[in-house]
Design a protein around this ligand. Structure first.
Ligand code: NAD
Length: 256
C-alpha cells in the first residue's frame, strides 16, 4: 500500500463497478478512507466488502446522484462517519438513447440529470465542507465525447460530457479562493460493463485498431490519472482536462 492520499476521505460516485470502482480501490490502497456511493445498493455492498477484505476503510451510501436530497444525505453520511471530505470523484454516468432523431424527451433528461446535474448536486453539497477545511480536490469524469462526439453513445451523452467540462472550469474559477481544486478527466474507450452493453466485439476490435497505443483503456489508467489529480503533486493544477485515451482523439476517423 502507498500513502499519497494518506488519511484523506474520498467519495467516489458510481464506485460499485467499472472505472469508479477502480478509482476508489486505488485511492483506498493509497491510504484514503473511501465512501462508495452508488445507486445499486447490492453491488456497492459487494464492492465495499471486497475493499474491506483488502484492508481499505470503507463506507457505502446508496444514492442517486441526480437527486439533490440524496447528494445531501451522501455528504452528511460521509461527514458523520469520517469527520471531513477531502476528495470527491464525480464518476457516476449513464448512456441512454440512440440516434439523435430517436432520443425521447425522458431519455434526454435522464442522461443530463445523472451525468451533469449529478456532478452539480454532489459538488454543491461538498464544496462548503471543503471550503471550511480550506482544502478540497474534485475530479469530474467527463469523456473524450466531451471534446468531440461519442461514437458509441448518443447525442445526449455527448452534450452531458461537454457540460461536465464547462461546469468543471467554472467550479475551478469560483472555488479556487477556498483552496478547492477542480479538474476533469476525459477517458477514451474503456472496457467496462457500460461499453460492453453499448458495443459488439466487432465494434470493439474496429476501435482498437484506431487507437495509437493499440489497446482499449483499462480502469487502472484512469485510477492512476485521478490519483495524480487529487494528490499534492497536482497542487498547482485546477480547471484543466486530462485526456487519457491512448491517443484515440488524434486518429482520423473518416478517410477522405
Ligand atoms: P459503468 O456502467 O460500468 O459503471 C457506472 C456506475 O455508476 C455503476 O456502478 C452504476 O450503478 C452507477 N450509477 C449509474 N447511475 C447512477 C446514479 N444515478 N447515481 C449513482 N450511481 C449511479 O460505467 P463506466 O464505464 O465505469 O463509466 C464510469 C464513468 O466514466 C461514466 O461517467 C462514464 O460516462 C465515463 N466514461 C466511460 C468510458 C468508457 O469507455 N467506459 C469512456 C469515457 C467516459
Amino acid at each position: 500500500m502507498g500513502s499519497r492520499v494518506d488519511g484523506k476521505t474520498a467519495i467516489v460516485t458510481g464506485a460499485a463497478q467499472g472505472i469508479g470502482r477502480r478509482i476508489a480501490e486505488r485511492l483506498g490502497n493509497e491510504g484514503a478512507e473511501i465512501v462508495v456511493a452508488d445507486v445499486d445498493e447490492s453491488a456497492a455492498s459487494d464492492t465495499a466488502e471486497e475493499f474491506r477484505s483488502a484492508g481499505i476503510t470503507v463506507e457505502t451510501v446508496q444514492c442517486d446522484v441526480s437527486s439533490m436530497d440524496d447528494a445531501e444525505r451522501l455528504i452528511d453520511r460521509a461527514l458523520e462517519r469520517f469527520g471531513g471530505i477531502d476528495i470527491l470523484v464525480n464518476n457516476a454516468g449513464i448512456s441512454v438513447g440512440d440516434r439523435f432523431q430517436d432520443i425521447a424527451a425522458d431519455e434526454w433528461q435522464q442522461v443530463i440529470d445523472v451525468n451533469l446535474t449529478g456532478v452539480f448536486n454532489c459538488s454543491v453539497q461538498a464544496a462548503p465542507v471543503m471550503a471550511d477545511q480550506g482544502d478540497g480536490r474534485i475530479v469530474n469524469i467527463s469523456s473524450i465525447a466531451g471534446q468531440n462526439i461519442s461514437y458509441e453513445g448518443p447525442a445526449n451523452y455527448t452534450a452531458s460530457k461537454w457540460g461536465v467540462i464547462g461546469l468543471t472550469k467554472h467550479m475551478a474559477w469560483d472555488l479556487a479562493e477556498y483552496g478547492i481544486r477542480v479538474n476533469a478527466l476525459c477517458p477514451g474507450g474503456t472496457l467496462t460493463p457500460l461499453i460492453e452493453e453499448l458495443t459488439t466485439p466487432e465494434d470493439r476490435e474496429e476501435t482498437r485498431q484506431k487507437i495509437p497505443l493499440n489497446r482499449w483503456a483499462k480502469p487502472d489508467d484512469h485510477a492512476d490519472a485521478t490519483l495524480f489529480l487529487v494528490s499534492d503533486e497536482a497542487e498547482y493544477i485546477t480547471g484543466t482536462t486530462l485526456t487519457v485515451d491512448g491517443g484515440l482523439s488524434l486518429s482520423v476517423r473518416h478517410e477522405v
